[in-house]
Design a protein around this ligand. Structure first.
Ligand SMILES: [Zn+2]
Length: 354
């Protein structure tokens, strides 16, 4: 089966939504994208697992990478998609996250035979599940040259505005230690749980910073997300710990974040559970300025960690720009204004075609 490119990206979005592709089951939707694009002589199309890479090779002096995942979270009576409210809204699983963005990419990949810059289009699998399965991560690890470029866009939902970079993310455990004793003779022990009281108070009182990075304001968060301790109902506990999550602005490294946390919780021991660097918005480059003015969208900070950071790690500035409200992603009521799909298609077309 192959797409008919006389239809617009809104209709393509509906077709992609109507092919279920919950993570791990992307084959059919990947087949459709691959078969539809392989007929175009301006594209070289390659498939690795259920990841499709379509490239122009026109010898332009710059290359942009435009990527999006083709899997969705599980379906909840919301496939097939349907048009509602006088056809102004497309409703259903994947309409926001992110088959509308994937559809715009398919439409433009087919039609932009002479773009101003060479383009690498990537549709990838397994974004909504464990990071080890993530198609873009697998490409970044095994074929980093496929991700090479001067600027990257992920067509993740951003309300058709430009969301730059993302906060970093570190989880730590903060350990309090004491001495065990029978609770009938508590004075012989040293209660580790009690020592966490001042830590919790400090977390509750903490005013997280807002940090301006490359012109965008990133709001940080520092939160207790779990607590453990206790031996038995008649024992003064000798150990307790708090699980803390710190979302830090992208001008900081994991090391900076860890230094901050060890200072904040001193003298308690702080151990890293996991951590990921953020990504600077990358909107201060000349090339990004051309993109921003061509698409005519607002620029905003992104708070959650996204695959944008994978490009940042490869030294490629990257942003999110796609149709749909990210707050509706993964909800049973996923829906996208048709006008946003069209706006993103027109924005990218204006930028890539000049
Ligand atoms: Zn997504």
């Amino acid at each position: 089966m192959s797409l008919d490119f006389s239809i617009n990206s809104v209709q393509i979005a509906k077709i992609l939504c109507d092919i279920p592709s919950v993570s791990g089951n992307e084959q059919e939707v990947a087949d459709l994208i691959q078969e539809s694009l392989s007929e175009f002589s301006h594209l070289s199309v390659e498939r690795i697992s259920n990841n499709i890479i379509a490239k122009t090779n026109l010898g332009r002096d710059k290359r942009v990478v435009i990527a999006g995942h083709i899997d969705t979270v599980p379906i909840k009576d919301n496939v097939p998609a349907k048009f509602i409210e006088d056809d102004t809204i497309l409703w259903g699983r994947g309409t926001v996250d992110m088959k509308s963005g994937a559809a715009v990419m398919v439409k433009l990949a087919a039609e932009l035979a002479e773009p101003l810059w060479d383009i690498t289009w990537i549709w990838y699998e397994n974004e909504e599940v464990a990071e080890t399965l993530n198609g873009l991560k697998q490409l970044a690890d095994s074929r980093p040259e496929e991700l090479a470029g001067d600027f990257a866009i992920l067509c993740e939902p951003s309300n058709a505005e430009i969301e730059g970079g993302c906060n970093g993310n570190i989880r730590v455990r903060v350990y309090a230690e004491g001495t065990r004793a029978h609770s009938a003779r508590a004075w012989l022990g040293d209660n580790a749980i009690h020592k966490l009281g001042s830590v919790l108070q400090a977390l509750a009182n903490y005013q997280a910073a807002t940090v301006n990075v490359d012109g965008l304001d990133y709001r940080e968060s520092l939160s207790a997300v779990g607590i453990e301790g206790g031996v038995a109902g008649n024992v003064i506990p000798d150990a307790a710990n708090i699980h803390v999550n710190y979302r830090f602005a992208p001008n900081k490294t994991i090391e900076d974040a860890y230094q901050f946390l060890t200072g904040f919780f001193a003298p308690l021991r702080v151990e890293i559970v996991d951590a990921a660097n953020g990504a600077r918005p990358g909107l201060d480059s000349e090339f990004a300025a051309v993109f921003i003015s061509a698409v005519g969208a607002e620029t905003r900070p992104k708070y959650g960690w996204t695959d944008v950071a994978r490009f940042a790690r490869l030294g490629i500035p990257a942003v999110n720009y796609g149709p749909g409200d990210p707050n509706l992603a993964h909800t049973d009521n996923e829906q996208v204004p048709v006008a946003q799909i069209i706006r993103v298609e027109e924005g990218l077309r204006a930028w890539l075609q000049g």
